[in-house]
Design a protein. Structure first.
Length: 361
């Protein structure tokens, strides 16, 4: 692993506004389950790739000092999207319908102390998603296996400080969904994702408690009322949720995402739910520049939201669009060959702003 690539990963930890992932969960009336999310990084191109990983493929987690950690063989094939390095899966879906994804957890995540003399059961935090996707089919299986591994940092800086880490959303197609947070030097906390939302810091319990500040918000239009003799009326749609936070901080995005998920209509089909997920997440697309104090340092990127993914767990489909191309692409796991000897790796798009001309008839 090249140190420069690792440095790019941990550089995420050195900017307050660098990473602003937003995740939501939707379900249909027929119990199809949808996991969707954005991933943001406004400082440079993450060079994300589409990764197709086969069954019976051997993995070894590389420790921060380049020693070998845990080695395992995949039981299930999966499709995922990488960040910074092809080995680092940020979001994915396996052939059994299990999904897993990492969300930046700056200032709150705190992993177990790395011991270079005892690495046999160690995996890095950036390997955690592929470890789950390659071996397990349900949330319960993941929970049971956590005691068998030790999750450590992927990198130490020049001062010996570990890189900031993540927290993780894990869901199965039976509708079980959890958030895994590792805090206080390795203490694993598991929360049921009852809010159907995940963003970044603070911790999940804090974010859920914060929803109590917004119980006044409701969809629709406020009724007219008399205010000291003045007939006050709504200017238009949305007056019932005046006060919904619109900034891009993690707590505000958590509240906003929870509101849109809660106010979504009944979804009868998985296709409707996939479409709804993309529309909801459009509200969290971060235009480049808004997270920088100094405009002179804004990089040449179309957006801070580098890609958005939507996963249909029950039908085994991974959808995504990118900052260069808003065309929605679909990966159907049923059509993939998971018996190959190597992983298949390809670009998400052509790396250029893309559009289609309209044929006027």
């Amino acid at each position: 692993m090249k140190k420069t690539l690792l440095a790019l990963v941990v550089a995420i930890g050195f900017s307050q506004a660098a990473n602003a992932c937003t995740g939501i969960t939707l379900a249909t009336t027929g119990n199809d389950h949808i996991q969707a999310r954005t991933i943001e990084w406004g400082h440079s191109d993450l060079n994300s790739k589409l990764i197709i990983a086969p069954r019976n493929y051997s993995y070894t987690s590389t420790m921060p000092d380049q020693k070998s950690g845990l080695t395992w063989k995949s039981k299930y094939g999966f499709a995922g999207i990488s960040v910074s390095d092809d080995k680092f899966i940020a979001e994915g879906l396996n052939e059994k319908g299990l999904t897993a994804g990492l969300f930046y957890f700056r200032g709150y995540g705190s992993l177990a102390t790395y011991d270079p003399k005892d690495t046999a059961n160690n995996i890095t935090d950036m390997d955690f998603v592929r470890w789950m996707l390659s071996q397990y089919s349900t949330v319960a299986e993941v929970e049971a296996a956590l005691s068998k591994i030790k999750i450590v940092t992927v990198y130490f800086d020049d001062k010996g400080q570990p890189s900031p880490t993540a927290h993780w959303r894990v869901s199965d197609k039976q509708g079980n969904s959890i958030v895994i947070e590792i805090m206080d030097h390795g203490k694993i906390n598991i929360h049921k994702n009852t809010a159907k939302v995940l963003t970044n810091s603070p911790d999940y319990n804090w974010q859920v408690t914060n929803l109590n500040n917004y119980i006044n918000l409701h969809p629709g239009i406020s009724k007219p009322q008399q205010i000291n003799g003045v007939e006050a009326q709504s200017f238009g749609v949305g007056s019932n949720f005046v006060g919904l936070p619109g900034d891009i901080s993690p707590p505000s995005r958590f509240v906003r995402a929870a509101f849109y998920v809660n106010s979504a209509p009944a979804l009868k089909t998985a296709q409707q739910a996939v479409s709804q997920a993309f529309h909801i997440l459009n509200n969290f697309d971060i235009p480049i520049g808004s997270e920088f104090n100094d405009k002179a340092h804004i990089p040449d990127l179309p957006s801070a939201t580098q890609w958005t993914s939507v996963i249909d767990q029950n039908n085994g489909e991974l959808y995504y669009k990118t900052m260069y191309d808003s065309t929605i692409r679909r990966v159907d796991l049923a059509t993939l060959n998971f018996n190959t000897k190597q992983e298949h790796i390809q670009a998400l798009d052509n790396g250029k702003f893309s559009y289609q001309n309209v044929a006027v008839k």
